[in-house]
Design a binder for this molecule. Structure first.
Ligand code: P6P
Length: 349
């Protein structure tokens, strides 16, 4: 008789791994479960977006300047209400809200955690059925009690307690880390549960995929252009030319590279010196996941997770993915720094 492999649901996995944290009191577990629940609600709407009047835009622009799609708004509301009823979160910072949102209900006001969130990233792809996603990050609050404060959100990426994303694609998956590796759960619609499908995800050290908006090539700094040209050059020994894969949806591009290996880049350009992606709720969570899967994430010269944020919606250039590929682009970035940094002799001459 075929052995029935036990299906492990997200809730069971969270509970089982709670023992990894000697002082776990179940609050983080509860918060992860609540995020998973909100993801199921958003998934239901994303799946039928084409059928009901939820496509199209609200005519409002968010802090990023992106036009807010109705599904963006819906997703933001779902996660805010899930976090409000959770009782484990005292506030959240979302791409869709200019300022952070304190949660001041009786149960939540003194809760231990804050959440940063991109409720529906890549939403410009909603109308054309390309994978989109939710990205989240969880921190312990820095303030001791009462309503959360800005300092609770402006923490360097290495202080994240957990980070994850939900990808609404050919199937819906939740992928997250609490600092003990990365695990992926696929939503089984027949039972309405996320089930462990990708335990202990390890990103290949080497990859043959590079993801970048090639349309910006002429606006990139010279070392970035040189690295992209390196990716495009013929060299059988190092499996080049690499393939360019870019769907304009961060969660989709990162998820593919996590599975197959590859590098994702959103570099600075002359018109956007800090790149486009947001540090708190795009770069930090993705960098935590990429590092926990064995990869690397830099802003060109610094580890993303070592950056100290100074404002909620600040941006950062980002190069993340397979270790060897990020090392290579870092080589190009640093070699230019050597050339452009005046030597002491030159300065004192
Ligand atoms: P561009 C989507 O709007 C997003 O924030 C990310 O999901 C994606 O990686 C990036 O922007 C795409 O930006 O400028 O290449 O269209």
């Amino acid at each position: 008789m075929k052995s029935l492999r036990k299906v492990i649901t997200l809730d069971e996995f969270i509970f089982q791994n709670e023992k990894d944290f000697p002082f776990a009191t179940g609050e983080l577990s509860g918060l992860l479960r609540d995020i998973g629940f909100a993801a199921k609600i958003v998934n239901r709407e994303v799946n039928k977006a084409g059928l009901v009047d939820i496509l199209g835009t609200t005519g409002i622009n968010n802090t990023t300047g992106d036009e807010v799609k109705k599904l963006d708004m819906f997703a933001n509301e779902q996660f805010i209400s899930a976090l409000q009823v959770s009782g484990e979160c005292c506030g959240m910072a979302s791409e869709e809200n200019d300022d952070f949102v304190p949660i001041t209900t009786e149960d939540s006001r003194n809760a231990k955690y804050v959440v940063t969130l991109d409720p529906l990233d890549g939403s410009s792809n909603i109308d054309v059925n390309v994978a989109i996603g939710t990205i989240f990050s969880i921190y312990r609050r820095q303030s001791f009690f009462g309503p959360c404060r800005l300092e609770d959100f402006l923490q360097r990426g290495s202080r994240q307690v957990a980070a994850g994303y939900i990808i609404y694609g050919s199937s819906t998956m939740m992928v997250y880390t609490t600092g003990n590796g990365v695990n992926g759960f696929t939503l089984d619609p027949s039972i309405g549960e996320f089930c462990l499908s990708h335990p202990n995800i390890k990103s290949p050290e080497k990859g043959k995929i590079y993801s970048v908006n090639q349309g910006n090539f002429l606006k990139f700094e010279q070392p970035v252009k040189e690295y992209i040209t390196y990716c495009q050059s013929e060299d059988k020994l190092s499996n080049r030319p690499y393939s360019l894969r870019y769907i304009g949806s961060l969660v989709g591009d990162i998820h593919r590279n996590l599975m197959y290996g590859g590098i994702f880049m959103y570099p600075a350009t002359r018109s956007a010196m800090q790149g486009k992606l947001r540090l708190l709720y795009e770069c930090f969570p993705m960098a935590f996941i990429v590092e926990q899967s064995g990869g690397k994430a830099i802003d060109g010269t610094r580890r993303i997770l070592d950056i100290d944020p100074i404002e909620l919606h600040q941006r950062s250039p980002v190069f993340m993915g397979s270790n060897d590929m990020v090392d290579k682009v870092e080589e190009y970035m640093k070699s230019t720094m050597k050339v452009t940094q005046p030597t002491v002799a030159a300065v004192t001459a």
